[in-house]
Ligand binder design. Structure first.
Ligand code: GDX
Ligand code: MN
Length: 391
């Protein structure tokens, strides 16, 4: 291969996306000189899949590059078939059927995607990093699973490791060198997480393998499809917590691992001022669907949390969520780590209600005081989990 030859493949895992947005993204990546092929892995043969299938011949013809379209294979056996099977199917295809050195992953629904992201990742890979992940400015009430579930969990289960500092441990935008892709594709801890937990599984993998990791900041941000149903977030919440819970005893030591990230120079004004979710619509969820079994589980929690949650379940107007401060969340999180049972509906509901209360506490008592204050409170919460965490 000459130096000018394409070095990378780009994968879009997809389920049911806006075909125009998705097609635009395929066309954007395929034009990049470093990209040799695109790999689209669909969940099922739905309308979106068929429409993408129909557009591929002209895209291939125009660019003289391949767009591989396939259905995901069932690779995990322990959990729901989801995005994880999609990404891991792409890994296998990349390794066995393409000659490229790197695989990039991007969500298919990104509205602000540009070729610059690829250029940016390729530069860091050339500098010697094996994995490049992207992070973005986020609205202060967005990424509430990332902050309150994943980052809290990583910091308390693996304090003083790189895991406590990774900006976007759930991000679906990243580039991975072939040797690392090979390890992921043969790692049962990765393959088993065939659902929303896959991104965390990759993050744990990079730290278990101690591969040089870079996090690149994209100031324009990642605009993407808004959450429609809250059930999407419900499943993501349960799955993202479950991987932390199941792996909490795993020994991970990142001493000596090369890890760098961009400094955040600027957060665009629009992002500083935006709200991520519908507060008024969310409040009632805190008192819906409580069962006797769920209430009984509250006995395992400290008094302030038990009483605070009981009051939320009964309150018919505005819930008082002052009790679930970052410090109280740490206490609740510890109980969840010790006792949560993913298969039990009352536990799922309780995790959801506790998380809602925490998100509302953050939104009402921190985010309302301004962007910098809100973000600092989130970073402080992670430091607190890290300080208190460990065996
Ligand atoms: N093949 C396949 N199979 N693709 C899927 C599946 C599935 O079961 N489910 C979702 N996808 C695709 C989807 O079409 C999109 O391209 C991408 O995966 C992400 O899904 P989306 O519904 O846009 O998820 P969301 O809520 O935007 O979350 C994404 O960003 C999160 C974050 O960074 O905050 C997703 O990459 C999460 O894994 C990530 O945590
Ligand atoms: Mn999305």
């Amino acid at each position: 291969m000459s130096r000018e030859d394409p070095k990378s493949a780009v994968c879009f895992p997809f389920k049911k996306e806006d075909v125009q947005v998705f097609t635009k993204n395929i066309k954007e990546v395929i034009k990049h000189p470093k990209v040799g092929a695109v790999i689209c892995v669909g969940y099922e043969k739905n309308d979106c899949f068929k429409e993408i299938e129909a557009t591929i011949p002209s895209i291939e013809h125009e660019n003289s590059k391949k767009v591989h379209l396939m259905l995901q294979t069932r690779l995990g056996t322990k959990r729901r078939a989801g995005k994880g099977d999609g990404m891991n199917t792409a890994l296998n295809f990349f390794i066995s059927r393409t000659p490229y050195q790197t695989i990039h992953f991007y969500d298919a629904d990104i509205l602000t995607f540009s070729q610059d992201w690829i250029t940016c990742a390729e530069k860091k890979l050339k500098d010697g990093f094996d994995v490049v992940r992207f992070f973005f400015p986020r609205v202060s009430t967005d990424a509430m699973i990332t902050w309150n579930i994943t980052k809290c969990g990583l910091a308390s289960c693996w304090p003083h490791t790189i895991l406590a500092n990774v900006e976007q441990p759930l991000g679906g935008e990243l580039a991975i060198k072939r040797e690392v892709a090979l390890r992921l594709a043969n790692d049962s801890l990765v393959l088993n997480y065939s659902d929303w937990a896959v991104d965390t599984a990759y993050t744990l993998g990079f730290c278990r393998y101690k591969v040089p990791l870079y996090e690149s900041y994209i100031e324009e941000g990642k605009l993407h499809k808004l959450y429609g149903k809250l059930t999407d977030l419900y499943t993501m919440l349960i799955e993202c917590f479950s991987i932390i819970k199941e792996n909490q005893s795993l020994k991970i030591d990142t001493a000596g691992m090369v890890y760098k990230k961009d400094a955040v120079a600027n957060v665009p004004k629009a992002i500083r001022e935006k709200k991520a979710f519908d507060l008024e619509g969310t409040i009632p969820l805190l008192r819906e669907n409580w069962t006797k079994e769920e209430v009984e589980l509250l006995d395992l929690f400290p008094t302030n949390i038990r009483e605070g949650m009981l009051a939320c379940s009964e309150n018919s107007s505005r819930p008082d969520v002052r009790f679930i401060s970052p410090e109280a969340w740490y206490e609740a999180y510890k109980i969840l780590l010790a006792n949560f049972l993913e298969a039990k509906k009352p536990w799922q509901e309780l995790l959801f209600h506790l998380w809602l209360a925490r998100v509302l506490n953050h939104t009402i008592h921190y985010a309302a005081k301004g962007y910098d204050y809100a973000m600092q409170s989130l970073y402080d919460m992670i430091s607190y989990f890290e300080k208190e965490g460990g065996p």
